[in-house]
Each structure stands twice: as structure tokens, then as C-alpha cells.
Design a protein around this ligand. Structure first.
Ligand code: G3P
Length: 220
């Protein structure tokens, strides 16, 4: 499975990429505007910390078919392993078809139901981003992603699910257990999954015992 970071914070990506295996980074217009940086700055900073094989996702901002495609072509030309995120509106669904016909890398986004995701997969989207936590306002978001996995498998559609919009680590955990292909998670939620106070307490116990017995804080 692929674990991605949902952020415009290049420093967080650098730090977490050093200690975890990060397949890529996703952003959206809200994340970029909240960062206080221009999209160009966000791209440059992210491009500087990402390895060439790490994927980077930026979203089309235009909402009409021609505009979405123009944004998509521009975004995908920025670097290798660059993906355009396209919301699954009517114009977006149409643009996904055309973008794939042009060989662009596409993630279908702002997905609130398994059926929307399924239609985007039929249009050839590479990734599908169901908004798990937001879907929970309408039903069981985690269960809907499980259903989507089945729908894709039964119909032999190659699209990968990249589950997004997580409020907590447990939602992420449940989808990893369900075998989801990819998740994209904000750095603060990732840190909540990565860190446990018990780990540091255990390490302190080991160090103190060793130092007490052998007078040093290293193995030899
Ligand atoms: O990648 C989509 C995601 O950023 C939406 O998350 O937290 O705004 O629901 P959120």
C-alpha cells in the first residue's frame, strides 16, 4: 500500500520522509491557501524535498471542462510523477476522460460516495480519493470505502483508492486493515499514529538499566 501525506508543508514532508516510507504528497486549493504561500512556492519547496519517485498531487482549480483540462495539462507538466486532482463534478468527470486520453496522471477527488468513485474509475482515473471523514456525515465512510474496494475488484477496474480526509488515526487504521491501496493523511494525524508515550518510557527503562549495570549508554 502507499502512504501519502496530505499537506503543503515541505518541512513536515522532509522530516516524515526520513523516518517513514512516504509514497507521495497530496494538496488541494484549501491546503495551499491555508499555508500562506503561493502555489508556485509550494511546488518549488515540495519539489526540492521530494525524491523523483515520490508522487506529487496538485488540484485543478478551474471548474469548467476546458479550464480543468488546461489546469491539468499544466500541473502534469511540472515534474515526473506529477498528478492532477480533478473533482468529480460533471465537468470534472468529462475532463477525467479526456485527461486520461491524453495520458495525464489523474486522481479523482472530492468523492462522497462509492458510486461517484466507481464512475470515475470507469473513466480511467488512476486514483480515487473518497473523503472518508466527510462521508461520515452521510453514513459509514469507512464501510463505503470497503464497498468501493469490492466494486473495483469485481469489475476488474485498475484504479487505486487513495482514501483522504481523515480526522483520526483509527479511521486510517481501519482502512489499512481493509487493504486499501493508498491513504493520504495530514502530518498531525500521522504523528498521532507514529508516537506513543509508552515507547519512550520503555526506551528510558532500557537505558537506565544498562547504564546502572555497565556504566555506559551505548551497547559497547
Ligand atoms: O485530500 C483531501 C482532504 O484534504 C480533505 O480533507 O480534512 O478537508 O476533509 P478535509
Amino acid at each position: 500500500m502507499e502512504f501519502m501525506l496530505d499537506t503543503a508543508d515541505a518541512q513536515a514532508v522532509k522530516e516524515l520522509s526520513e523516518i517513514m516510507t512516504i509514497a507521495g504528497v497530496t494538496t488541494n486549493p484549501t491546503i495551499i491557501t491555508k499555508s500562506g504561500k503561493t502555489p508556485e512556492q509550494v511546488f518549488d519547496e515540495m519539489n526540492a524535498v521530494l525524491a523523483p519517485e515520490q508522487k506529487f498531487f496538485m488540484q485543478a482549480v478551474a471548474t469548467d471542462y476546458d479550464g480543468i483540462l488546461e489546469d491539468a495539462r499544466r500541473i502534469c507538466s511540472l515534474r515526473k510523477n506529477m498528478y492532477v486532482k480533478i473533482p468529480v463534478t460533471h465537468d470534472g468527470m468529462r475532463a477525467i476522460k479526456q485527461a486520461k486520453a491524453e495520458g495525464l496522471n489523474v486522481l479523482a477527488t472530492a468523492i462522497y460516495s462509492p458510486d461517484q468513485a466507481f464512475f470515475a474509475a470507469m473513466n480511467g482515473a488512476d486514483y480515487l480519493a473518497p473523503y472518508v471523514n466527510r462521508m461520515c456525515n452521510y453514513g459509514d465512510g469507512v464501510q463505503w470505502v470497503r464497498e468501493l474496494e469490492e466494486m473495483l475488484e469485481l469489475n476488474q477496474l485498475p484504479a487505486q483508492i487513495c482514501a483522504a480526509s481523515f480526522k483520526n488515526g483509527n479511521q486510517v487504521h481501519e482502512l489499512i486493515v481493509a487493504g486499501v491501496g493508498a491513504v493520504t493523511v495530514a502530518p498531525d494525524v500521522v504523528r498521532g499514529m507514529l508516537d506513543h508515550p509508552g515507547t519512550q518510557i520503555a526506551v528510558n527503562e532500557f537505558t537506565e538499566a544498562w547504564e546502572g549495570a555497565f556504566g555506559r549508554r551505548t551497547f559497547a
